[in-house]
Design a protein around this ligand. Structure first.
Ligand code: SOE
Length: 358
């Protein structure tokens, strides 16, 4: 596992939880944690249960599976090297800071027998999978509208520090690639591919002081974006993501409107899916925690809600099962590249102030 920050915690926690709630999951040993700072990585390794620490990822490819959980700027090289060595990979989203990097990673995945997964964890929310079941079963009819928004507010504070997420070289983009990537992946999962986009990206605050003080550093990515999308299936799409949605901590939400029904989802109420069927007389709120709901029988009795962390348990169960069974896994690097093309198209559209074909 390369990286031991927020995503390191999410995945290490999921791997430790798997055996108890998914007894048929492949057995996992946490062998090596990679971090540039040996002391800090050592403390994290002790906390997470890794048996070894390396400060150079090149010394950590003697494993079955490589998790690339570092900043976007370190996604390409280690992942390509792992795949070239036949090591299975899960790389966090977005695939890379640039389309070129994502294309290199997708090419390495195509040339390798290894499983190559992208960490779009929101595909593994039970309510999201239930929404897909309804769409696939035709319960919503023809999809006409797909509305996605991913609203956070951690930059509303003018004193919020500069981080790598605000740097184009390290991150590639801002809210677009960090949050919009999730929405574009869910849109592909629930609705289908996108033919063209028209985007608008904005930066509100153009410099911030790093953690611990010092000179202000430039913000070279978007703080927010909005986009229109034309889906292949004919649906009309709208997307927005921001780090300035005052009061919304982590609201990844979508609405799908079809000719025969509609659904509404909000990550801040992730156990619920609002469903409107047929008669159009109003949405019902389905608590997606019954045994016959996705992953329902793995956890607690109906009505005992799950949390954000369980999405990583589901994701890792499916990923490691695919690795053990030599089966395909979605979202793979082809999905990751498709999202990267959308990110690139929105950024180009915003620069040119024109619609861009994806
Ligand atoms: C950004 O704050 C962030 O951590 C994203 O990077 C994650 O992908 C998202 O799941 C939560 O918010």
């Amino acid at each position: 596992m390369l990286g031991y920050g927020f995503m390191g915690d999410a995945h290490a926690n999921a791997l430790r939880t798997l055996p108890q709630f998914f007894p048929d999951a492949p057995e996992v040993s946490l062998d090596v944690l990679v971090g540039r700072d040996a002391a800090a990585a050592g403390e994290a390794a002790d906390r997470m249960g890794f048996s070894r620490v390396e400060t150079d990822w090149r010394d950590a490819l003697d494993v079955d599976v490589f998790y690339n959980l570092g900043p976007n700027s370190v996604h390409v090289e280690p992942t390509v090297a792992a795949l070239d060595a036949g090591v299975h990979v899960l790389c966090e989203k977005p695939l890379a800071p640039t389309l070129d990097g994502a294309e290199r990673m997708a090419a390495a995945a195509a040339a390798s027998d290894a499983v190559a997964a992208v960490g779009f964890n929101y595909r593994f929310v039970p309510a999201v999978r239930y929404a897909r079941e309804l769409v696939e079963a035709g319960e919503l009819g023809e999809l006409r509208h797909a509305r996605f928004r991913y609203l956070q507010d951690w930059l509303v504070d003018p004193d919020a520090p500069w981080t790598w997420r605000l740097d184009a070289d390290a991150a590639g983009s801002g809210a677009l690639g960090d949050l919009g990537a999730h929405s574009f992946d869910l849109a592909r999962y629930l609705v289908g591919d996108v033919d063209a986009v028209s985007g608008h990206a904005e930066t509100f605050v153009d410099e911030r002081v790093p953690e611990g003080g010092g000179d202000p550093r430039p913000v070279t990515v978007d703080d927010a974006f909005a986009a229109h999308a034309e889906f292949e299936c004919g649906a009309v799409g709208t997307f927005e993501a921001t780090r300035y949605a005052t009061g919304r901590r982590n609201q990844h939400a979508f609405e799908l409107d079809g000719s025969a029904g509609a659904v509404r989802f909000d990550l801040q109420r992730l156990n619920e899916l609002e469903v409107l069927r047929g008669d159009g007389r109003g949405f019902e709120t389905v608590l997606v925690t019954d045994d016959d709901h996705p992953y329902g029988e793995q956890w607690w009795p109906s009505g005992h809600a799950l949390g954000w962390e369980q999405t990583f348990v589901h994701e890792n169960y499916e990923f490691l099962s695919a690795v053990a069974d030599g089966a395909a896994f979605e979202p793979d690097f082809g999905d990751g590249l498709a999202v990267q093309r959308l990110l690139d198209a929105v950024a180009e559209s915003s620069d040119r102030r024109e619609w861009v074909a994806v």
